[in-house]
Design a protein around this ligand. Sequence first.
Ligand SMILES: [Zn+2]
Length: 433
Amino acid sequence: MTKVLIEYDYSGIDRVVGIPTTGQLITFQKQMAKVQTSYKCNIAEARDHGWSWIMCTQAQWILKRGITAQVPVPVDPGPYVGDTNILNAAHKQVLKLYEEYEEHKRNTNKAIQACFDEDLFIELETDGLLLGVSPHEVYQHMWTNFILTVDKDREILHARELLKVDYDPDRIVQHYYKAINEARELLTGLRETVTDAEVMRNAYATFEKNIDLKDACREWNRGTLTTWEEMRKHFSKEIQMNKTDPAIMKRTELANAVLAQTKEDENAQRQASEVLVLQTQKIQELEARIEQQQLANSATNQVPGRIPASISTGSSNGSSAGGSSATSTVTKEEMMQMFAQFTQNNNQSEGNTGTAKKKKNKFGTEYIRNDLGNGERSKRRYPDSTNYCPSCGYDIKPTHTPGTCTNRKACHNEAATLANKMGGVTTNCHFVT
Ligand SMILES: [Zn+2]
């Protein structure tokens, strides 16, 4: 008779260096279970989970999907003593199962030795081998000897939080049940007890928050169903029925519509306040510019473009009429006019490229930059104007004349013309044809 031989593939199992943490031990068990599940186990109680039962505690095993009973551990049938073909076949089968079991234990122990530092097993080894010790005992040995209480407690607290996960009505309820089960498996792996009663308490608390499950909750309280499995079925059914209930569908639709409207209102409000902020900024900017111009004017003592010394942004300009003669008020219209004028002045005396950039942004693509330096440009800004100013040069506004110029330089002569500049500047005169 040929003996059963099995060799595990450990490539999907992480190597743990040094003393393992709680998380690493749990991960190892999961990765190991994956390998063991891939081998078929011919014991009815093992169901679809292959040989993964050999690494589980009884509490862990019973939580697995479709599992209702513990797996009977295969035993050595001893030498064959029967005398019929049927008995011989039966003996062969029991022996094969026992040999398989021994092979899975041997492979699992080998995997543990390959994945953890050998120092961890010194007390359990005989000649470097884990003989006569079950994988479960080795695992338990690591658990009791190397896991720090503080580390374990942290994992337990985290897993307890996972158990309180909320039911999300937008996803099918099975997602919720799966999350609960995973948290429960984790806690059981941490040697914690999680009762059905506790799980049901958490589930009820989250279902209760859902208005569409109000009737289902009431019915559950009135009913005679008591197990977690019954609870899962009860709420699954109710949730499924709600999905096709016209009254509830209508209510959801209305709720969604209200939600959408609220969002729209919020958007409109936000936009309005943004506009208000922009307007305020604009007015403040304007005020700052007027103030600057006032300072500049008083410093150079230039008469043209002179503006009052005090500004009021109020709509009425009569309220302070009786005040000191040194102060007067400016209306918004006047302010806008002045703003336009300053813009023009700045355009013509291009000393600061930073300002130019800012202006370009402000006035969009129509603004033509002084790209040649010293206030000169390659494109005309006022192609219809033939005016000349001894301080500002050519290509100026049609309303800008030597007499109206507000940016006069020392070379300024009000009688100057394009033909007779009288010492005035030649800025942008290259446009003259
Ligand atoms: Zn000028």
